[in-house]
Ligand binder design. Structure first.
Ligand code: NOJ
Length: 714
């Protein structure tokens, strides 16, 4: 619909709405097809008291899955909406985080592929599958920058880096929404959680967050800025209290920052119960205060707690909430419904999906996102004809390989590691035990030359409200590695953990380590292809891998201290009993071949501020050679260091990257362009700035990149 017509339609509707009908549009309720209150909810829909429904699942794989709703059920619900006085369709939402029928790797791993286009394709596939079940709105992508892997939700987002997060955001939004969320097979996306939830102190879920405006602008907001630029239709306000203000009640964050600074023009939904919890968070005395504060802060729709539904009418009648404030929120919700094509087609027929293609995508991205951390004496790839033992808690596991937040996934469709290995290397002599007791594993290992240990954690150890105080390798798993080592075997560790873990000294127990993460329905096959060399590993860490828990939080883009002992990622000691360095830095990942940066050059070594302000860019040419004997994908990364600015800038900031396939022995030229936005930084008030002086750019394959060029800004 043309913009003018759309806004006329909305104004016309608004003009006909009663106060209760307006509030109804802002009320989102949870529904489940097999719950006893379905008829009651339908009646409320007919009465115009509900504008949106969510089919809430659970963070536990397969839990709260497809039986909670289907296309026919959504038809019934929309039919009830069509029986309401104004016939306004419902917006139906679901957590489609990284899987629907097809389960892709957890987002933290998808990000490790550094493959924007592939990520977009995965989200397109999810949009199709979820759309076919009647979902029109996905509560994703989750864009919380997180630096503490104890936080269970670290698995749901793209990790610790603002640029990687921004590109992930844009890919996911494009994947979900395409050119328009109204198109066949597309959905409305929701960038969440705005803002700072990932900074939960100590990695404890729902905990306090403390973020300076400077860090907010430069670290936490960029991914949301990118989502807004990509046209994201909705944003979810986060639960957390941030430097004295619960976000759900913060006009500064939800209106001044999100709308005025970032230019967001969609609608904001609270997180589950986020409105009502303003009381417990200490800025409201009662439910009425909660509803008023949240609405006036910029929350347009209230998820699940019905606080708006219970209190806004009285607040408006008492004049504490102006009708214009209410109308503004209603307009935004109606606008989103129009944009999602709901007025035209409240229910869409299922589109034809190619599940085999989706699985192929799942396999490809799982393969691209697994990170080879260690490979002594080129133990990997393994021969397909050797004698190999496979053991460990994840060897035959299906459910946990799907990862948290996969309520619609089907564990039976997951390829286990054992199945993957058997399929990829059918002639291998593979010794394995289906559910071995500890002693049995020795017998299994003894028969082989190489032991693959499929280590990991349950998908229930991560996700919402599933945080861990200790993320080191569990003792029994380390003991298994020690046993294999003592038997004199070559030891390959597959780390099927949802989050980064702290391997510490157990690192030395392994000859090779492939960090697979929770890699989704094709996990086993993708891992096997890498282990036996059908594919060359190419994933790069989206989060720093610490040595020990005591180092947390540990991230690459820290500020300089001026004292060498606090050097970033250096081998010097910040602790008496621990190094300051991580085990592996952000961006790290090995390959079966080797890449080298031959040369890096700037087209122009000097640029003026006025040229940059006028849109000119610094152009960096980087020559990379595949110096090994195998073809492979490289992820070239470019980091920035601004040694003297008005405000301290991080020791390294990722500013560009590109993934590319390079045949063995070949050389390729990469070109990165950095404009004002990439070279500059944001002041605490949100102004983009860049100052005169030297900027150093480092090209390489992780945050320790070394090849340096210097740009003079005059
Ligand atoms: C709470 C979670 O924080 C949020 O991410 C999710 O979208 C909602 N529940 C709905 O399930």
């Amino acid at each position: 619909m043309k913009e003018q017509n759309a806004s006329a339609r909305i104004q016309e509707l608004l003009g006909r709405m009663t106060l209760q009908e307006k509030i109804g549009q802002l009320n989102q309720q949870n529904i489940c097809a097999y719950a006893d209150n379905v008829e009651e909810i339908k009646q409320e829909i007919r009465e115009g008291k509900i504008g949106s429904l969510l089919f809430s699942g659970s963070a536990i794989p397969e839990n709260g899955g497809t039986e909670a709703f289907d296309l026919d059920f959504t038809r019934e619900l929309q039919a009830a909406a069509m029986e309401s006085r104004l016939q306004i369709p419902l917006l139906l939402g679901r957590d489609v985080i990284h899987g629907f029928e097809t389960v892709f790797p957890i987002p933290l791993m998808m990000a490790a592929s550094f493959d924007d286009r592939l990520i977009e394709e995965c989200y397109s596939a999810l949009a199709q599958e979820a759309g076919n079940a009647g979902v029109r709105w996905a509560f994703a992508p989750m864009l919380d920058l997180s630096r503490d892997p104890r936080w269970g939700r670290v698995i749901e987002g793209p990790g610790e880096d603002p640029l990687l997060g921004s590109r992930y955001a844009a890919s996911a939004v494009r994947g979900f929404q395409g050119d328009s969320p109204a198109q066949e097979g597309r959905l409305l996306a929701c960038a969440k959680h705005f803002i700072g939830y990932g900074a939960s102190e100590g990695g404890r879920d729902y905990h306090h967050t403390e973020i300076s405006n400077y860090a907010l602008q430069n670290q936490y907001l960029p991914a949301f800025r990118a989502a807004v630029r990509a046209g994201v239709g909705s944003v979810m306000a986060s639960f957390n209290e941030l430097s004295g203000q619960p976000v759900t009640g913060s006009r500064r964050l939800l209106t001044e920052v999100l709308r005025d600074q970032l230019g967001f023009d969609g609608f904001v939904v609270s997180d589950w119960g986020g409105v009502e919890q303003l009381e417990a968070q200490g800025i409201a005395e009662n439910g009425a205060d909660c509803a008023r504060l949240a609405l006036q802060a910029g929350v347009d729709m209230d998820m699940a707690d019905q606080c708006f539904a219970r209190h806004l009418e009285a607040e408006v009648k008492a004049g504490r909430v102006a009708m214009e404030e209410l109308d503004r929120a209603v307009e935004r919700v109606l606008q989103a419904k129009l944009r999602a094509g709901l007025f035209r087609q409240p229910v869409r027929d299922a589109v034809k999906t190619d599940r085999a293609k989706h699985r192929a995508l799942a396999r490809r991205i799982a393969g691209e996102s697994m990170v080879l951390l260690k490979n002594e004496q080129s133990l990997l790839p393994l021969s397909k004809k050797g004698r190999v033992a496979l053991t460990g808690c994840m060897a035959q596991n299906r459910e946990s390989l799907m990862g948290a937040w996969t309520p619609d996934g089907d564990a039976d469709s997951v390829i286990t590691l054992e199945e993957g290995i058997r399929a990829v290397a059918p002639e291998l002599e593979l010794f394995t035990e289906s559910s071995p007791l500890f002693g049995d594993m020795t017998a299994v290992m003894e028969q082989a030359d190489t032991v693959i240990l499929a280590l990991g954690e349950s998908a229930r150890a991560s996700g919402e409200f599933h945080c861990l105080a200790d993320i080191s390798l569990p003792e029994d798993q380390a003991a298994l590695a020690l046993r294999a080592r003592r038997l004199g075997k070559k030891v390959v560790g597959l780390l099927c953990f949802g989050r980064p873990i702290a391997l510490g000294d157990t690192l030395s127990l392994f000859d090779a380590i492939l960090y697979t993460g929770h890699a989704g329905c094709e996990a086993g096959r993708a891992a096997a292809e890498l282990l036996f060399g059908d594919r060359n590993p190419s994933g790069h860490l989206a989060m720093t891998l610490p040595r020990s828990v005591g180092q947390l939080p540990l991230y690459y883009n820290a500020a300089p201290s001026g004292r060498p002992v606090n050097g970033y990622y250096t081998e010097c000691r910040n602790y008496i009993d621990e190094s300051g360095a991580p085990l592996y830095p952000f961006g790290y990942g090995l390959s079966y071949t080797s890449f080298q940066v031959e040369k890096a050059e700037l087209e122009q070594e000097t640029l003026s501020l006025s040229e940059l302000a006028a849109g000119k860019q610094a152009v960096v040419h980087i020559r990379v050679t595949n110096t090994g004997e195998r073809d492979g994908d490289t992820v070239l990364q470019l980091y920035l260091r601004d040694p003297a600015a008005s405000l301290t800038r991080p020791l390294r900031e990722l500013k560009a990257y590109e993934r590319r396939t390079l045949p063995a022995g070949e050389t390729a030229d990469f070109v990165f362009r950095l404009g004002m936005e990439e070279l500059g930084y944001y002041l605490p008030d949100g102004t983009l700035t860049l100052e005169k002086g030297e900027i150093r750019l480092f090209a390489g394959f992780d945050a320790w990149a070394e090849k340096c060029v210097r740009l003079q800004i005059i």
